[in-house]
Ligand binder design. Structure first.
Ligand code: OGA
Ligand code: MN
Length: 281
């Protein structure tokens, strides 16, 4: 059996002693799911795994979904993405970290009508300093809103685009096929979690372009206010990576961003598995 320890006040728990090479028992699976719904992020401490083993482990938590950008898919296991964020040359690293797209707070795949419910992410190589991934708890941030604000937000919808000029850094280029698969989509601003029934603010600084039926200035002001609210330090957990950590996080009620300030030439490499979700309601 394994042990579960909370990681911070905002969200997250670590799982120690779980062997990812064997199938979970029903009891283990139920307990891990419960912990996942309570903590929204689990960090399973283990060693780096080959992509096939990583995908097999991930399938115990849901159905894998293909990553949009073909050039990030693993050659042999296409549902696994290989994500390298290393600065290979000094000129690749900007002075202003906001210019790196991964610095922006986001939830994975919200440009799809059916975004991934969860992401499984394993570190294969990490730099000596920096490179933490930060998470914010948009369920707690929703709960803490005033009743008046909840009433104001109730029923609002947002347009999520593959890219938005609201974000300081541009999205990765898409092929024509990838662009055809990612037209703008509309999602509720307040979303109800399919498994827990809990509400959360559903936002993505890199993709949420505007609120439907609101003029741009008013929409920008409300989105800015909500981003400031959900990213307050009391809602944030910073994950300090150890090699082999497998994070499982809930994209329905968390955003994440990366501290891109790490040394040039030190490899930062992860593998990722997206788990299929439902249309947000
Ligand atoms: C991503 C991402 C986080 C990280 O690739 O979508 O958010 O820590 N990565 O590299
Ligand atoms: Mn991401």
């Amino acid at each position: 059996m394994y042990q579960i320890n909370p990681l911070g006040d905002a969200l997250g728990a670590e799982v120690i002693g779980l062997d990812p090479s064997r199938d979970l028992t029903e009891d283990e699976s139920r307990m891990l799911n419960e912990a996942f719904f309570d903590y929204l992020l689990l960090c399973i401490r283990c060693d780096p795994m080959p992509a096939e083993d990583f995908a097999r482990f991930g399938r115990q938590f849901g159905k894998p979904q293909l990553q949009l950008l073909r050039n990030r898919r693993h050659g042999d296991v296409p549902e696994v993405s290989v994500l390298e964020s290393t600065y290979k040359r000094a000129e690749d690293k900007p002075d202003d970290m906001q210019m790196m797209r991964l610095s922006g707070w986001h939830t994975d795949d919200s440009y799809f009508a059916k975004p991934a419910k969860a992401t499984m992410y394993q570190s294969l190589q990490i730099p000596e300093s920096g490179g933490q991934t930060r998470f914010c708890n948009m369920r707690q941030a929703y709960d803490d809103l005033s009743d008046a604000m909840k009433a104001r937000l109730d029923g609002l919808k947002t347009v999520h685009s593959y890219d938005t000029m609201r974000a300081p850094a541009r999205a990765s280029a898409r092929t024509a096929v990838e662009a055809s698969e990612t037209p703008d989509v509309v999602h509720p601003l307040i979303r109800t979690h399919e498994d827990t029934g809990r509400k959360a603010i559903y936002l993505n600084s890199n993709r949420t372009d505007r609120i439907v039926d609101m003029n741009r200035a008013e929409s920008d002001a409300l989105l800015d206010e909500l981003f400031d609210h959900v990213t307050q330090p009391k809602y944030v957990y910073d994950h300090e990576w150890r090699v082999g950590d497998v994070l499982l996080w809930d994209n329905r009620c968390l955003m994440h961003s990366v501290n891109m300030d790490f040394p040039v030439g030190q490899t930062r490499l992860h593998q990722r598995l997206l788990l299929e979700g439902a249309i947000p309601v």
